[in-house]
Ligand binder design. Sequence first.
Ligand SMILES: *Cc1c(COP(=O)(O)O)cnc(C)c1O
Length: 346
Amino acid sequence: MAGLPAYVPGRKTPGAIVLASNESPYGLLPSVAAVLAEHANGVSRYPDMGATRLIDAIAAHHGVDPARIAVGAGSVEVVGQIAAAAVDAGDEVVFGWRAFEAYPIITAVAGGSAVRVPLDDTYTHDVDAMSAAVGNRTRLVIVCNPNNPTGTAIGRDALLRLADGVPSDVVLVIDEAYREYVDPVAVPDAFGLLGDRPNVVVTRTFSKAYALAGLRVGYAIASPDVAAAVRKCQVPFSVSALAQEAAIAALGDGDEVRRRAALTVAERGRVAAALRDAGYDVPESQANFVWLPLGEGSAGFAAACAEAGILVRPFAGEGVRVTIGLDTENDRLLEVAQANRPVPAR
Ligand SMILES: *Cc1c(COP(=O)(O)O)cnc(C)c1O
């Protein structure tokens, strides 16, 4: 247990501008608020353990058989369920680094050992190095696309090379937590591209674009056999009835979800351009955040933001992840960034 890394959540301080956890800045969808009120009394009962209506709604959304869907309390838990199903003590889990900080924790909890494959010099997954890192003990490969915290995404060719490079008896998880913010031409839907491969699992969440981070719902789309195994590894009743109802309602409010995502994408472009003008290196982001690879300057930048009442997510010695917020919040962030320009490397 002493060696198990602790997840570092984005900070919460009353009154602060929170750009630390990649949440939607637009708040609960109004259509979902009404549904929550309607079902509040139901919380004295256990939820539908099979999440039947939610699974049917997700399956219909993707045009697949419900047998291919498994849900969990957030897609972090779903990735944990996949690891619980696939990884035994001493097995290896391959993922890029830096990627999502939950992956080393999930790996260790499953008893596996993590094989971290460095991102390339554009802060992007190096799929050839990832395939090369797969060995006899590898049970799982996880690719975060787009990647948290760097925002970079791999496109069609790299996804196909990775899928071809992972043996068919190794599970390949493609974590698409930020799918709604992606340029669909540059980054194909992994399920559409690779959904016919039995070892490929795509995970999605209601926590980001669907604005339900606090209710905890995510899911996997997998082959029926893998989905059945992932379902068996779910903690019973982990997705509450309120979460199930909210997710069904949010899925039905696609126009509003897309409208909000488009606002975020437009703001992402504006923020990235302004930061580059101010001298920052900003990798091309396909998510609802940008990555500032400030190295040793990361902690200082985050402290300057905190001083101005803005919470961002620093990774000491590496960089700072800044969530795209409301336009007024982004303006405040840009003011701080402009007042604390990076010292050019010589
Ligand atoms: C936010 C995030 C998730 C989703 O987390 P939930 O458990 O669904 O809230 C999954 N993967 C990555 C990479 C994320 O950043």
